[in-house]
Design a protein around this ligand. Structure first.
Ligand code: CA
Length: 572
């Protein structure tokens, strides 16, 4: 008898598998579609879905950054307070209530818990990534007292502030470099020199060697105006440690975004990710944690995961940006491929099972999301939905929440924030340093705030949920399979808090989709409560080993529909 039941069970599983593979092979397939098939039929593909869910994280009390959503600000473009056409610290203070008014009971702020300010040091360039004084602020942005006031006002609202730290290079206008041009100067060895042009190419085919006015050649991996510092000189290393100390101890910032982390120590053809560079960040971590146990660092290391991971862990940078994930999310929503998103998160989990990584969709170096989607708001909403419900600390580049547009060159990715329908979109009372983007009359904070269906209100709702549900912040990430190819089904689980994330990434309505799970820590019956979007589902039932077999979703799931369902235990 038992064997008969077992045989019947196996047959029915086979039928389910057969139906699934039929559905996924109706249309001609691209490579991405084939990848999706691998996941959708992955009840037989254990390489992609983890059988045992990742253990729950034990979090350090100092790790405040796991609980917040960050917002990246280009100060020059955020808000001008004094009418010179350039954004400044006081302008940010004026707009802090938009980011977070400090009152969890009001619903008209974004709910941001951390700000990353792009470089605030004096610099001859508009962007500030070539620094001329590491111990001062850019006069365009205000005074050091203005900056301290900003820190104070942010703190009142529960917002932490981190700043861009440009460790790898200075400006050619920095007094250190000017002095270094003299071969007898103590500063000469602070930079990297060659008597003859080494005729060596850089990692992306560029010429990193530049001729100086003294006839020598100096190394500047990014640009002739950005000479690399020589970290093999211990004084350089000590000085940059001291720069970090200054900002943490004397000024009071909460941490750093580390620019160009891969390139500190370079010699000959070893230009990136040298063991010395990775070791330097380990020393640096001990150094800054001694000054402030809560100080935080997030690194820019755009490389393969196994390289990125070398910079992280318990002894390295607190967090690292996930560049590949950003591309995977954007592309998988552009041409609906939920499996690629899932694979990307699971790949990260292999190297960062502690979830100490940072997520984003775009930053100041990349095409803006709304331009990538050619103005498709539904897709921009889905991209926000996926990363704001996923693991890692999310960063929002200013203006992405309202769908600002922008294509390269870089200046066009960094145009003034669009606040209102007032002149110059409320950014400045005079002429802005860079023209406001076309379309600002419709795409601005004030107009979008008033439209409940806007991208801005979607961001607000998602951040608010993230702030309220730990499962979204640091819960396990447990993907399910679906009979529908464009369905993205994931469970996020933190202690007794269980959320089911569902999104139809496709532009077609879906009918009679099912979702399935082989095994999990869940069991028994749960009542379903929609906390985002709408659903008619009432109940879900897991068997004794936490499996879910062909659970039927809403009969019709509309194109681009996204839902978060909370699972409440039913006590019989
Ligand atoms: Ca100004």
């Amino acid at each position: 008898m038992k064997n008969k039941i077992k045989a019947l069970f196996i047959i029915s599983i086979c039928i389910i598998l057969l139906i699934t593979s039929c559905r996924t092979s109706v249309t001609p397939q691209s490579t991405l579609d084939k990848l999706s098939e691998t996941v959708n039929t992955s009840t037989t593909q254990k390489t992609i879905l983890p059988v045992t869910p990742t253990p729950e994280l034990i979090l350090d009390v100092n790790e405040w950054w796991r609980d917040v959503v960050f917002y990246e600000i280009f100060v020059r473009s955020f808000k001008d307070s004094d009418g010179d056409g350039k954004g400044d610290f006081n302008g940010i203070i004026e707009q802090l209530d938009y980011l977070n008014d400090g009152d969890p009971n009001t619903g008209d702020d974004l709910g941001i818990g951390g700000i990353w300010l792009m470089p605030i040091n004096p610099s001859p360039s508009y962007h500030g990534y070539d620094v001329t004084d590491y111990y001062a602020v850019n006069p365009d942005y205000g005074t050091m007292d203005d900056f301290k006031k900003l820190l104070e006002e942010a703190d009142k609202r529960g917002i932490r502030v981190i700043i861009d730290l440009v460790l790898n290079h200075t400006s050619t206008k920095h007094p250190w470099f000017k002095s270094a041009l003299d071969t007898n100067s103590d500063y000469h060895d602070w930079f990297v020199w060659a008597d003859e042009n080494p005729r060596q190419t850089g990692p992306w085919g560029q010429n990193p060697w530049h001729r100086a006015i003294n006839g020598l050649y100096y190394y500047g991996i990014f640009w002739s105006e950005m000479p690399d510092l020589n970290y093999y000189n211990p004084t350089v290393s000590k000085t940059m440690m001291d720069v970090s100390r200054f900002w943490l101890e004397e000024v009071g910032v909460d941490g750093f975004r580390v620019d160009a982390a891969r390139y500190l120590y370079s010699e000959g053809f070893a230009q990136q990710d040298t063991p010395e560079t990775i070791a330097w960040f380990q020393d640096w971590r001990s150094f800054y944690k001694n000054i402030d146990a809560e100080a935080y660092s997030v690194g820019e290391v755009w490389a393969d995961l196994q390289i990125v991971a070398k910079y992280g862990g318990n002894t390295g940078l607190d967090s690292l940006f996930m560049f590949d994930l950003a591309e995977d999310i954007k592309n998988s929503i552009y041409s609906p491929t939920p499996s690629r998103i899932i694979k990307s998160y699971l790949d990260i989990d292999e190297y960062f099972s502690d979830q100490a990584f940072s997520t984003f969709l775009s930053n100041h170096d990349q095409q803006r999301v709304m331009s990538f989607y050619k103005g498709d708001i539904q897709k921009a909403k889905l991209a926000a939905f996926v990363y704001l419900t996923g693991p890692g600390t999310p960063f929002i580049y200013y203006g992405e929440e309202i769908g600002m547009t922008g294509n390269k060159p870089d200046e066009m990715l960094r145009t003034p924030m669009q606040w209102s329908t007032d002149a110059q979109s409320g950014f400045t009372s005079s002429i802005p340093w860079e023209p406001i983007n076309p379309g600002w009359q419709e795409i601005n904070v004030k107009s979008l705030m008033e439209n409940p269906e806007s991208l801005l209100n979607t961001y607000k709702a998602l951040i608010s949920l993230r702030n309220n549900y730990s499962a979204l912040k640091t819960g396990q990430y447990l993907p399910l399979t679906s009979s529908c190819r464009t369905m993205y089904p994931v469970l996020r689980i933190k202690d007794s808090e269980i959320l089911l994330i569902l999104a139809n990434l496709g532009k077609q309505d879906l009918e009679n989709c099912t979702i399935a799970l082989e095994e999990s820590s869940l069991s028994g019956k749960y009542q379903l409560e929609a906390i985002f979007g709408e659903s008619s589902l009432n109940e879900i039932n897991f068997d004794s080993n936490g499996a879910l077999l062909g659970f039927q979703l809403d009969p019709v799931i509309k194109a681009f529909d996204a839902v978060i369902l909370k699972l409440n235990v039913i006590i019989d």
